[in-house]
Structure formats: structure tokens, C-alpha cells
Design a protein around this ligand. Structure first.
Ligand code: IMP
Ligand code: MG
Length: 177
């Protein structure tokens, strides 16, 4: 598959985003809440650029079922969250598409009464948003195409590609078998 973002472009975007995050929190401790499974690579790279006190937690969200490239009903699992009351919380996801996942997670995490709640995403797809909410940190704006790699999947495959690619027909067929 042809890269939409190469490994070095991703590295640079993650570095830039980490710098903006570090500047915002100015040394205050932050609890990073990653959204499984797609954010795992982004979270792993992002935290190694963040020289600040931080804790890491994960929630699970799922809106794509099987070989689909359009979202279905949203499933959220927040059962592994630590105490968030009074903490600075940064939600980290792979991609802001319709925004429904982030909107639902913000609503859920707000109930935990954090001191502050912000969001960071690796990618934002242009022209797809269906919510009023906007992420606080965006590493890259990308065109409206289904992308895989760097944590993002199609039918649970291709998360391990070190670059980001637009899913092509052949790869979609391979992953649907
Ligand atoms: P939203 O709720 O529509 O914003 O979708 C967010 C979730 O859908 C992300 O966390 C991704 O897991 C998934 N998603 C959206 N677009 C893509 C894509 O192009 N490739 C892979 N996963 C995607
Ligand atoms: Mg996801």
C-alpha cells in the first residue's frame, strides 16, 4: 500500500503534538487515557516524547464491526479506569472521524469529575464531523479515505504497518477472507 504518511512524517507530527501538549500542562501531572485498540501505537510513541509526570490508562471503544468501513453502533468499556477525580485527563485516540466516539467518551469521563479534560488525536478526517466537539490536539488532518497502519485497522488487520496508508481494494479483499 502507498503511504499517506511515512514513518518520518508520523514521527515529526507526534513530536510536534507532544511539544504542544507539554506546553499546555507546564509540568502538571496528567493521566493519559488511550482508546483501545487503535491508539496503542500513537500512545506508545507520544508518551516517549513527553517529559512530564504522567499516568496511563486505557478504555476500549469499538464502532466498526468486521469488514466494514462505515461505523456501526458504539461499544464502550471503561471498567479499567483508575480514579480520575481531580486529575488532569488527556483522552488520546487514533482518529477523529464522525467524532461520535470522542463525544461519548468525553460525556462518560466528565462524570468522573476530572480537574480538566482534553483530547488528542493522531488524525482528523476532513468533512466527516457530526458533533460540535473538536479535539484539543490534532497531529494531522487527512482527506476522507479509509486508512490503515500505525495502529489503525481494517477487520483487525494492518495495525502493525509502520506507516499510514489508504486501504486499497486488494488489501481490503485479503483482509475480508
Ligand atoms: P468516530 O466515532 O466516527 O469519530 O470514529 C472513531 C473511531 O473509528 C476511531 O477510533 C477508529 O477506531 C475508527 N475509524 C474511523 N475512521 C477510520 C479509518 O479510516 N481507519 C480505521 N479506523 C477508523
Ligand atoms: Mg478506535
Amino acid at each position: 500500500m502507498t503511504p499517506l504518511l511515512t514513518e518520518s512524517e508520523l514521527r515529526e507530527g507526534v513530536r510536534r503534538t507532544a511539544a504542544a501538549i507539554a506546553e499546555t500542562y507546564a509540568g502538571s501531572p496528567v493521566t493519559i487515557v488511550g482508546v483501545l485498540t487503535g491508539s496503542l501505537v500513537f500512545v506508545a510513541d507520544l508518551i516517549r516524547h513527553l517529559e512530564m509526570p504522567l499516568r496511563i490508562a486505557f478504555v476500549q471503544a469499538r464502532s466498526y464491526w468486521g469488514p466494514a468501513t462505515q461505523p456501526g453502533s458504539l461499544y464502550l468499556d471503561v471498567s479499567r479506569l483508575p480514579q480520575l477525580r481531580g486529575q488532569h485527563v488527556l483522552l488520546v485516540d487514533d482518529i477523529f472521524d464522525t467524532g461520535r466516539t470522542m463525544e461519548a467518551l468525553v460525556r462518560e469521563l466528565t462524570r468522573h469529575e476530572p480537574q480538566s479534560l482534553r483530547s488528542a488525536v493522531l488524525l482528523r478526517k476532513q468533512g466527516r464531523q457530526e458533533v460540535a466537539l473538536a479535539p484539543d490536539f490534532v497531529a494531522f488532518d487527512i482527506p476522507d479515505a479509509f486508512v490503515v497502519g500505525y495502529g489503525l485497522d481494517f477487520n483487525d488487520l494492518y495495525r502493525n504497518l509502520p506507516y499510514l496508508a489508504v486501504l486499497n481494494q486488494a488489501a481490503a479483499e485479503d483482509a475480508s477472507r
